[in-house]
Design a protein around this ligand. Structure first.
Ligand SMILES: [Mn+2]
Length: 340
């Protein structure tokens, strides 16, 4: 309790003294990381300070992306590329649910002269050297810590919407109160419910996530064929091609296709190409590489597909061919690329 009051004081001081506040969670954000970032942003709003939440869209789960889209008009989201244009000497970085530099989604942490860490994970040699670290290993989640801070202000900015997401953060990190749950955690949950948060909202959120995960896993496990491009010049590249071969007309969200392409890189593949319809006539393609295959080069070389990106991550779309014809076009595009 004493430490928490001290944290509140430090946050007020640091936020008030800064020109603007940048908030970041960890790579591959989850509910706890996103919800507590929104909580800190709410604190900045209470203190009347310009603030930005750093979020990279390419590596965010569909469910979180949907939440982001729902609340986009109320919060300032930026990606790491936009930091350089906004940062100044007095900017404050608040790291939430993460304390290690190598787990940050940004490479710009060293540009900040003022950094505060709020987390519930163990520290080690990779822990960033911050001006103030608040690490509470006894807290179920960062959402719990931030709720306790917000609760000390009597502000209508701490509303039902924020409370629901913080509750989702706590429920995720405690695996539905089956671990890391103290009587303090339950007190915090009580506060959130008093603010209007509901278990129904959270259950619904996780159910949607479950359905979306299942859809992506099915696409990856049933729809992938591996092609090895042999001969010396093709360097035995192992490339994964994924599409819904049983029900090719299935419609996906663009993010689901992107996540499937990311997922495949966990396996022994040099590059992955995932194709699926995003409406009745448009096919979206996501390409990923972890080898010297430049997927942006491959994607932009294709005739009927408009595409682009960078060496490791590219995408494209087409309405000219069906899924199987599009797969063929990509395969021959790769063969041409590898011959070069
Ligand atoms: Mn967490």
């Amino acid at each position: 309790m004493k430490r928490l009051i001290e944290l509140k004081k430090v946050l007020e001081e640091k936020i008030n003294k800064s020109s603007k506040v940048f908030i970041t969670g960890h790579q591959d954000p989850d509910f706890d990381s996103l919800a507590s970032s929104l909580g800190v942003d709410t604190l900045c709003k209470i203190l009347n300070k310009e603030s930005y939440i750093i979020l990279e869209e390419y590596n965010i789960q569909p469910n979180l992306l949907r939440i982001k889209n729902d609340i986009e008009t109320k919060f300032n989201f930026i990606n790491s590329k936009m930091i350089n244009n906004k940062i100044d000497n007095n900017s404050l970085l608040i790291m939430i649910d993460v304390n290690k530099e190598n787990l940050l989604p940004i490479k710009e942490a060293h540009l900040f002269k003022n950094i505060v860490i709020i987390d519930h994970h163990k520290t080690d040699k990779n822990t960033l050297n911050a001006d103030h670290k608040y690490i509470d290993l006894n807290s179920s989640s960062t959402s719990e810590i931030i709720t306790d801070i917000l609760d000390k202000y009597n502000s209508s900015l701490f509303n039902k919407e924020v409370a629901n997401l913080l509750l989702a953060g706590i429920i995720l990190d405690t695996n539905r109160f089956s671990k890391n749950t103290s009587s303090k955690t339950i007190d915090t949950v009580k506060m959130l419910i008093n603010k209007g948060a509901s278990m129904d909202y959270v259950n619904n959120l996780f159910l949607r996530e479950f359905e979306s995960d299942k859809k992506i896993s099915n696409l990856v496990f049933y729809g992938t064929s591996f092609k090895t491009f042999q001969k010396e010049s093709f360097q035995n590249k192992n490339i994964a091609f994924t599409l819904n071969r049983e029900n090719p007309k299935t419609i996906y969200r663009k993010e689901e296709i992107a996540i499937a392409a990311d997922k495949l890189l966990k396996y022994e593949v040099d590059a992955s190409f995932v194709l699926g319809y995003i409406n009745n006539s448009t096919i979206s393609i996501s390409a990923r590489s972890k080898s010297d295959i430049d997927v942006a080069d491959v994607m932009s070389s294709l005739d009927t597909i408009q595409g682009g990106g960078n060496k490791y991550s590219a995408g494209g779309r087409t309405s000219n061919k069906d899924l199987f014809e599009t797969e063929k076009e990509i395969i021959s595009g790769i063969q041409k690329y590898l011959k070069k």
